[in-house]
Ligand binder design. Structure first.
Ligand SMILES: C[S@@+](CC[C@H](N)C(=O)[O-])C[C@H]1O[C@@H](n2cnc3c(N)ncnc32)[C@H](O)[C@@H]1O
Length: 207
């Protein structure tokens, strides 16, 4: 008899099911305040071409597209793409400066070296920890030389299983330090209530 495999966090069906059953507790319903603050600070990055990996409901896509970035939201869950598409379409930016790719961000080699920026928000802690090194390679490969990896990390204390999976500051420095120079690193002061003390901002440039 044919056995049906249980979907895991590596499968788009797993995530699509969370969207369809409205179990999206990670979704802040707005762009994360620390990213807003960063982009209103003297450290704000100039406009450029940005990939948002695991874009979810697209709050960050809309935010950066409205600031003149050419943004591509990438997600393999159809519901996430649909919801981001609605937002971008209402803003009039879809197809002008904002684009969407419904695909696995680990399989984007046709875009290697294409982006000035890659944005990370709640994707690193969402993938299986065994794929973290591949994630670091993926980000490096998508970026142009000296391209920047802008990250708002959600740090998760030790726990069994996930998502979100346990994620520590040391993991970030260990994994990404090999391929990136860390230019900015700080704990934001304006995290939403539930994430206070559990977020960390870094901006790294590809070596
Ligand atoms: C925890 S959610 C975060 C969404 C969004 N970044 C946010 O902060 O609201 C993780 C997202 O990554 C997507 N995702 C996970 N693994 C992926 C992969 N390999 N390729 C594309 N999308 C992926 C999921 O579908 C989900 O939308």
């Amino acid at each position: 008899m044919e056995q049906t495999r249980q979907h895991t966090v590596e499968d788009r069906e797993f995530w699509e099911n969370l969207y369809q059953t409205k179990r999206t507790a990670w979704d802040l319903g707005q762009v994360a305040p620390p990213l807003k603050t960063l982009m209103n600070s003297p450290y704000a990055m100039p406009k450029g071409r940005m990939a948002v990996l695991g874009c979810g409901n697209g709050h960050e896509c809309l935010f950066f597209a409205e600031r003149g970035f050419e943004v591509t939201g990438v997600d393999f869950a159809p519901s996430a793409i649909r919801s981001t598409m609605d937002k971008l379409s209402k803003s009039g930016l879809l197809g002008k400066s904002a684009y969407l790719l419904e695909r696995d961000f680990f399989k984007m080699h046709d875009y290697d070296g294409y982006y000035d920026y890659v944005l990370e928000h709640c994707s690193f802690c969402a993938i299986d920890p065994s794929l973290r090194r591949t994630y670091a390679w993926t980000v490096r490969d998508l970026l142009k030389p000296q391209g920047k990896f802008i990250s708002l990390w959600w740090l998760i204390p030790d726990k069994q299983g996930g998502p979100p999976f346990a994620a520590h500051k040391t993991d970030l420095f260990d994994l990404f330090g090999e391929f990136f120079n860390i230019e900015i690193a700080y704990e934001p002061k304006d995290s939403v209530k539930d994430r206070k003390g559990h977020e960390f901002i870094t901006v790294m440039s590809r070596k």
